[in-house]
Write a protein that binds this ligand. Structure first.
Ligand SMILES: [Fe+2]
Length: 239
């Protein structure tokens, strides 16, 4: 026994450390082996943290919109300015609060993926908004393509051998396939009146701080428990 270990043993520190190590060794670290006590502690902690989760969601959404200031696409405004301007136009046009928040977030998915940005933003919104708002944001790129699709080269249906630039695969007329959807008029208004007009650097756009209370209210709503579904429209309508 070394002098150091002997000294620790003398102090009783070694015995305490051994007991702590033994306790950790007994504690299951795989969920499949958890004890009822571990499950109880886990679920109680999640319940306690539920309110913190809702306030964190709002904070994260505001941070996403803020980070869109780094996205410059040659349109004359940053994606943050574009999102703010789209939300400002929606607000001034009498849109309800969740639609204004949807407008604020609608292009933030570009931080992750350009082609699928509508679907990304829609899934962030989905637990807190109506099915109609969800579908409008999810499909806004298809509706928006009626303004720019024809300027980006001929439409080529995507397939596995498609080697064309990604934007050449956008069909400017695809939005017509959704004419029978209940949210079709709203998608036309969202893109035609608010989204496609919001590239004006001289517009009197409201700051992000103006929308913060709206974001916190919408993301502070009790979220839907989303069910597993193979249908895109699996979200029930908020009453
Ligand atoms: Fe947009």
């Amino acid at each position: 026994m070394t002098t150091r270990r002997g000294f620790l043993t003398f102090l009783g520190v070694g015995a305490v450390a051994s007991r702590v190590r033994a306790a950790h060794a007994r504690r299951a670290t795989a969920m499949s082996e958890w004890t009822p006590e571990q499950f109880q502690k886990w679920s109680e902690t999640m319940r306690r943290n539920a309110s913190a989760q809702t306030s964190r969601s709002g904070t994260e959404v505001l941070a996403l919109v803020e980070r869109c200031s780094a996205l410059e696409d040659g349109s004359g405004v940053t994606q943050k300015e574009h999102c703010l301007q789209t939300a400002t136009r929606a607000l001034r046009d009498g849109a309800d609060e969740e639609l204004v928040v949807a407008a604020l977030l609608h292009d933030a998915g570009k931080l992750f993926d350009g082609m699928n940005h509508g679907a990304i933003a829609a899934e962030i919104l989905r637990p807190h908004v109506s099915r109609e708002t969800y579908q409008v944001v999810r499909n806004h790129t298809t509706f928006e393509a009626r303004f720019y699709g024809a300027h980006l080269g001929p439409y080529e249906p995507p397939d596995r051998s498609c080697v064309a630039p990604v934007y050449a695969c956008i069909d400017p007329a695809a939005y017509r396939n959704m004419e029978r959807e209940s949210w079709y008029p709203l998608a036309m208004r969202f893109t035609g009146e608010w989204d496609q007009r919001s590239f004006d650097p001289g517009y009197d756009t409201l700051p992000l701080s103006y929308f913060e209370p709206m974001v916190r209210r919408v993301f502070g709503r009790r979220s839907f428990a989303l069910t597993v579904s193979t249908r895109d429209s699996g979200t029930p309508s908020r009453p």
